[in-house]
Every structure is written in C-alpha cells, then in structure tokens.
Design a protein around this ligand. Sequence first.
Ligand SMILES: Cc1cc2nc3c(=O)[nH]c(=O)nc-3n(C[C@H](O)[C@H](O)[C@H](O)COP(=O)(O)O)c2cc1C
Length: 162
Amino acid sequence: MANQELTFGNEEFIVSKTDLQGKITYGNALFIKMSGYSELELLNKPHNILRHEDMPAVVFKLLWSNIKAGKEIFAYVKNKTKNGDYYWVFAHVTPSFDANRSISNYHSVRRKPTDKALNTIKSLYSTLLQKERNGGINASEAMLNELLKEKGLSYDEFILSL
Ligand SMILES: Cc1cc2nc3c(=O)[nH]c(=O)nc-3n(C[C@H](O)[C@H](O)[C@H](O)COP(=O)(O)O)c2cc1C
C-alpha cells in the first residue's frame, strides 16, 4: 500500500552525490533501498525524482542558493519513494570544489530526524505550502523570513535549534 512512512536507523546515513545540475551521480546502498528505485533508474536522473508534493518549494530555493554560493545547508526533507511511500530525513548538503575553488559537484548526507524536530517542521512546512498555493514562493519566503526575524534566528540557527 502506498503513502506509508518508511524509517531507517539512528546510526545509518543516506548518501547521494549530484552533478552541478542536480543529476544523481552516486547513491549509497541505503539511498537506493529507501528510494524504491534500482540504481540504474536513479543514476543520471534529476534529484527531484524523489520530490514529495508536501515539500514547500522555498526549502529547495534556499538549498540551491546556498550550495551554488559555495555554502553548506541543513534541511529537513520529506522524500517520496517509487511506489508513493515517504520518508523524512535531516539532510546536510554541501558543494565540493576542484583545485581552482570552482564547484565541481554536490553531496548530501542524511540522518534520521528526531520526532521533536519533525513536529515543528511538519507544521511549518504545511503553513509554508499553504502560503505557496495562495501567493507563490515569494509569499512563503516572506513568511519564513518573518518567522526567523520574530525568533531572532538565522535559518541555520533555527534549523540546528530543533
Ligand atoms: C546533493 C543534492 C541532494 C538533494 N537531495 C534531494 C532529496 O533528497 N530530495 C529532494 O526532493 N530534493 C533533493 N535535492 C533538490 C533537488 O535537486 C530539487 O531541487 C528538488 O527536488 C525540488 O525540485 P525542483 O527543483 O525541480 O522543483 C537535492 C539536491 C542536491 C544538489
């Protein structure tokens, strides 16, 4: 049956690498297993093959603006499997650099999120998604920035405080 939540162990890591366009160039065994796809089905495909419709676009906008600028980012992500199941991850996404300090590719390592963090994230994401449906990504971005301003936290500080 689809739309079931999958989980993985606290000690496990889901790892993938992409090229500069976000096409998958590597996935570890757990990445492949969780996705429900075969390795061949994943390699060279855009990473949004795992995108879940419950994810607000503003999270990916932030992700890409950070990594394209050469910075790392932490993000909570709900991913969709081949058969429509889903799993939550706490992702650390980083650029890799060549000898000239140009970005050569991207790398993501994902751990199992805590229930406490997910409680906050699920309600935040559903509010952001609602905003996006009504006012587009600019509306959800404004809302996220407003919330961070109220808390007096940067995005990183907020995410790492959960
Ligand atoms: C290294 C790396 C890992 C990524 N991992 C995921 C992921 O696990 N799930 C996901 O939905 N998007 C992931 N993305 C973001 C996707 O490239 C994409 O931006 C996102 O799925 C939203 O799709 P869209 O940009 O086509 O709207 C990752 C990107 C990079 C560079």
